[in-house]
Design a protein around this ligand. Sequence first.
Ligand code: FES
Ligand SMILES: [Fe+2]
Length: 376
Amino acid sequence: MPSSESWNSEGLPGWSYRSERILELEKERVFLTHWHVVGHANDIPEPGDWLSFDLLGERALVIRGKDGTIRAFQNTCRHRGSRLVEGDKGHCRGALLCPFHAWVYTLEGQLKTPSQPDKFPALDPSEWSLQVLDLEEWRGFLFLRFEPGPQGSVASLMARHEKELEIYPLETLQPASGFYTSPIQEVNWKAMVDVDNECYHCPSAHPGLTDLYGKGYEEGPWLDGTHRIRGPFNQTPSRQELNKRYRALVEQHPSPFSALPQAWLYIGLFPSSVLVFYPESAGFYRSIPLNTTQSVMNGADYSYANESESMKQARDIATDINDIVLKEDKHICALHYQATASKYWHQGYFGDSEKALREHHDKLRSLIPELEGNRI
Ligand code: FES
Ligand SMILES: [Fe+2]
């Protein structure tokens, strides 16, 4: 029976997926001013432990100070702008030492001394310390933004999910396989997020996932900057070998994990972060633009402290399942994205089960009214 709902179901114009100017506006009004998940406090348990986050030419450094506090800074030396730390994660002993000319900063971001200080006038540390960024820890996960913006605190955004997530001991998560990055995908970041914002494609594109949780899939609206998707495992037994083995292991998880819902739960945070919660582990991923036509998906997985053998094995199988899903998504994403190069294709037309996708587009339209105008 045709849907009786009436709502504006037009997607963003195809040209906006290839416009340099739109990406500049997205950088200013979306990416720099909104929160991004960057890791977990247990990624950097010791003073001097750090992790980094790069986004559209900007770069951040998150480091634990000697006082135990985690802070975020521009990963940029105040002297000539060198990157202070290189790589995803690491540790510096006692102080941050710039690799270029060896200026030294404390683990709390204060300029200690330029090297060869007689070559400079006295530099006031209050003026020459590292530039601070907003950082917020929520249930162990770390979020940062490069500039204050229209979003409230992460805690306020996550408030509507708190009850559901209460049962997950997120503070105890430990890094599992570390940070990962997908190969570069030849798509605009919005195409990546679009695929992630609906499961209308799941029956046709993800037979494995459909066999795991396809029947009772729930997707809520984008509401106050977050989005919820939940896939409770099918009531009927799975048929695919990987899913059968996975579900048999989940049945063996010890308390308190045996009480966690047998479901995969995803909470999206505008613009492009997603937290994922499994019965044995948790993690996050983000769609990150490199330029208008190239993006990557990167993230990290975490295990619970003292995980059982069933949890460890289930975590490995969940990774295998997700590897397949990622490949399937990558394929359909490219098929869709290629249309944005055509002069004959203008925009998507969404059905009721793609409403969250439409809401994500609406949010972008409200921040970037230029998306409603002519091609720029
Ligand atoms: S750029 Fe860092 S010390 Fe020169
Ligand atoms: Fe998908």
